[in-house]
Unconditional design. Structure first.
Length: 267
């Protein structure tokens, strides 16, 4: 089952700070939807993602996943970080099965199936130090999927990879999320990544962090980055981002995006 996410008027101020890092964020994410959070550094993207994962509790408001308030981490909402965080003394199979092992649910056959899904069936016995960066992230992905999560959270997991590996993993992860009927939220600084992976892109501004706009991307997966339609959506997203983040005090976010997109389509 994919997750229905409700973010109910989140505000958060870190201890020792007077100004909030996040302010009055209200949002609904539909089951199976793929959402990207974009914004400049310091706007609170990762803070919001950590709250979705139950790693951080908001000062005000709450987050509900399938109508249950998030108060702690859960195997049902798993996160992939920028670094795969694998244990070097374990082989690929052992790293991928770690979540199940900790839950007392060892299932070697399931791990074998997941390693095949992420293209690592021939690396099951290999030590993770021998893998490339992209392969290590595939192990982390298999580990995240092993507990059959409802929500997959991605905190710039491909940012350290080369362009070709990054594009390949972007396509693979969105395909796997679709096949497994997962709700997915990704934090990224990369406009191309947001356009390639998301059904809906949410734009955030800083001081305090808040959602100032959104844009829907209605293209089939996997998305052809060389196509004219993809280029149009990417340019529209870039233009919208520049307009909103540059003039966020003067623009009514979602209405402005829809109006802007309508004008572009009419033209």
């Amino acid at each position: 089952m994919s997750a229905n996410v409700s973010i109910d008027y989140i505000t958060h101020t870190f201890k020792g700070q007077t100004n909030p890092a996040l302010s009055d964020i209200a949002l609904t994410i539909a089951p199976g939807e793929k959402v990207a959070l974009i914004g400049r550094s310091g706007c609170g993207k990762s803070t919001l993602l950590h709250m979705l994962a139950g790693l951080l509790m908001p000062s005000e408001g709450c987050i509900r996943i399938n109508k249950k308030q998030v108060t702690r981490p859960s195997a049902k909402w798993n996160m992939m970080f920028q670094k795969p965080s694998l244990f070097p003394w374990m082989n690929v199979h052992q790293n991928a099965s770690l979540g199940l092992t900790l839950a007392g649910q060892d299932d070697p056959n399931k791990i074998d199936e997941l390693l095949d899904l992420v293209g690592l069936s021939d690396k099951s016995s290999a030590h993770v130090q021998s893998l490339s960066g992209g392969q290590q992230q595939r192990v982390a992905l298999a580990r995240s999927l092993a507990t059959s999560p409802e929500l997959l959270l991605l905190d710039e997991p491909f940012s350290a990879l080369d362009a070709f590996t990054r594009a390949s993993l972007q396509d693979e992860v969105t395909q796997i999320a679709s096949l497994a009927d997962l709700t997915m939220v990704i934090v990224t600084h990369d406009i191309d990544e947001a356009a390639a992976m998301a059904d809906r892109v949410l734009i955030m501004s800083a001081n305090p962090g808040r959602i100032i706009g959104e844009m829907h991307i209605d293209l089939p997966y996997p998305r052809n980055r060389a196509s004219q339609k993809f280029s149009h959506e990417r340019e529209s997203l870039m233009k919208t981002f520049d307009q909103l983040v540059g003039n966020c005090a003067e623009i009514t976010p979602v209405e402005s995006i829809r109006s802007n997109k309508s004008k572009q389509e009419a033209a």
